[in-house]
Write a protein that binds this ligand. Structure first.
Ligand SMILES: Cc1cc2nc3c(=O)[nH]c(=O)nc-3n(C[C@H](O)[C@H](O)[C@H](O)COP(=O)(O)OP(=O)(O)OC[C@H]3O[C@@H](n4cnc5c(N)ncnc54)[C@H](O)[C@@H]3O)c2cc1C
Length: 478
């Protein structure tokens, strides 16, 4: 169980190959304007593990080593443990108003799920995923991940066959040391900011053996390169002006593998299309990840309600019926997300690997529902605040000679000018700034394409009893 400083030192020490805005990062990542905010806030989450007020919730004493380990590495084997897991995830999510999608517990959950269901994988690869899990647990490692290919041609008949013009990362060689990967993968949130990268088989191409692989390697493996998008944090050094961008820009990156040698002992899936196709379903990786994600989203829904209501009170618009209706939409989402989560937890069952797995039905519903609803919640905040989001001075303005004007003209019925602007800036940064726009796109897509996820729900959901009931009703009516 590491401290925040240990996490930062470890990431700085890796000297991962990270490119941003045409330059390779050369100094310490923790001092770079694009990354220092998020690293500091992630470090604060690691520090919480050592805070006696949180330790019981966020860690447990390992029965094997007698040392404390982070909660997300622990296999939940009872409903009580699932509940603790939810509360711990939500405790971390509250620290970022639900905006840090990849707090370390997200991918630790993936490693835990795969490690504890290692017998799903073939010999000898199953021992590799087990040791990757054991190492991660022992060293409190952090991960980024990639599970999609570059967006070149998404038509159903497209398969990339060429060896001369490689785009999607594939195996180009096999040696006694391991497999050699060349090409690119999308889209690693926090790519380069973690100890290791977890690479899953990319959906849709389990035909060509060269594309069927799963492994975890250190982020500084030779030949590995992370190409970042533009930073939303680099100009955001003032927390009053950019309360979220300053701290929580997680960064997203294209991952480039330039003849990367992946040692055999880091490979857990190889050239087995059946296992690649069944991995998510059989190990229940998707469900365990969803449980983490929905727990975080329920916290975000809580924040959206709090912000919307406070904003309405601040400018005294709460008596209007359409405002009440809009806030009741925020209430509904908050309650629906909470209820679906509790329902999944209450109806959890143990799987064949001994993991207590939440009921997938309410979690899949919550996932598809939030993917669609989140943009509406954002719209509600926009409608409540109107031009208030545009007339937003900076802290510097307040501290200047025109500060008195701002105090006078930006005051609101329920708050002084500074407090009102601070609240509006929070809502703006969550929904309208570059950081906020990415949040909307993240909630739509981070778990996969909303269209195909809804289709999966359609196919997986057992509707037989509902249909039979209708048939019986009609029969009785004859
Ligand atoms: C902010 C953000 C962070 C992310 N972080 C990560 C990460 O850390 N790791 C990671 O691996 N991925 C990450 N992703 C990527 C995410 O997994 C994908 O966005 C998602 O799987 C959809 O794939 P795509 O973006 O390539 O869209 P595409 O598959 O290219 O879809 C584009 C459009 O075409 C439609 N379409 C395409 N194919 C089909 C089809 N077969 N049937 C019907 N419609 C189709 C889609 O509905 C969509 O409208 C992230 C995405 C975002 C936005």
């Amino acid at each position: 169980m590491i401290t925040g400083q240990e996490y930062v030192d470890r990431i700085d020490g890796l000297q991962n190959k990270i490119w941003i805005e045409g330059e390779q990062v050369t100094g310490k990542l923790s001092e770079h304007p694009a990354f220092r905010g998020i690293l500091k806030r992630k470090a604060a989450l690691y520090d919480l593990q050592h805070n006696t007020s949180y330790q019981d919730l966020l860690t447990r004493q390992s029965s094997e080593t007698n040392e404390r380990i982070g909660f997300s590495f622990e296999q939940p084997t009872s409903k009580k443990m699932l509940k603790k897991r939810r509360l711990a995830t939500q405790c971390l999510a509250r620290m970022s108003a639900g905006t840090m999608g990849r707090s370390p517990d997200y991918l630790n959950t993936a490693i835990m799920t795969l490690g504890t269901s290692h017998t799903f994988f073939e010999e000898p690869f199953q021992w590799n995923i087990l040791s990757i899990y054991e190492q991660a647990k022992k060293q409190d490692l952090s991960f980024t991940h990639t599970f999609i290919n570059p967006q070149v041609n998404r038509s159903t008949h497209y398969v990339e066959y060429s060896d001369d013009n490689i785009i999607a990362a594939k195996v180009i060689d096999e040696t006694d040391k391991g497999i050699v990967i060349h090409g690119a993968r999308l889209l690693a949130t926090q790519g380069g900011l973690t100890d290791q990268i977890l690479v899953f088989p990319a959906g849709g191409n389990f035909v060509e053996p060269a594309f069927i692989y799963g492994f975890a390697i250190p982020s500084n493996t030779p030949g590995l390169k992370f190409i970042c998008r533009e930073s939303y944090a680099k100009h955001a050094s003032n927390t009053f002006d950019h309360p979220l961008s300053t701290h929580f820009d997680e960064m997203d990156s294209i991952v480039v593998f330039d003849h990367v040698l992946v040692p055999w002992d880091r490979v857990f899936l190889y050239q087995n299309s059946r296992l690649a196709g069944q991995m998510y379903q059989e190990t229940q990786l998707n469900i365990m990840l969803l449980f983490q994600a929905i727990s975080r989203q329920a916290v975000k829904a809580e924040y959206l309600l709090g912000i919307g209501d406070l904003l309405a009170q601040t400018i005294q618009i709460t008596d209007y019926q359409h405002i009440q209706e809009k806030i009741s939409e925020l209430i509904m989402t908050h309650e629906i997300m909470k209820s679906l989560l509790i329902s999944a937890e209450t109806n959890a069952t143990k799987n064949k690997f001994g993991t207590m797995v939440p009921d997938p039905k309410p979690l899949s519903v919550a996932c598809s529902y939030f993917q669609k609803t989140y943009a509406r919640l954002v719209e509600i905040l926009h409608l409540l605040g109107a031009s208030g989001y545009i007339s937003l001075p900076t802290e510097k303005d307040f501290d200047s000679a025109i500060g008195k004007d701002l105090d006078q003209y930006l005051q609101a019925a329920g708050a002084n000018a500074r407090d009102r602007v601070q609240l509006y800036r929070f809502a703006w940064d969550l929904t309208m700034s570059a950081f906020g726009s990415r949040q909307t796109q993240y909630e739509r897509f981070f778990f996969g394409d909303p269209v195909r996820l809804s289709c999966s729900l359609y196919h997986a959901y057992d509707r037989k009893a509902c249909i039979e009931q209708v048939k019986a009703f009609l029969k009785d009516d004859k």
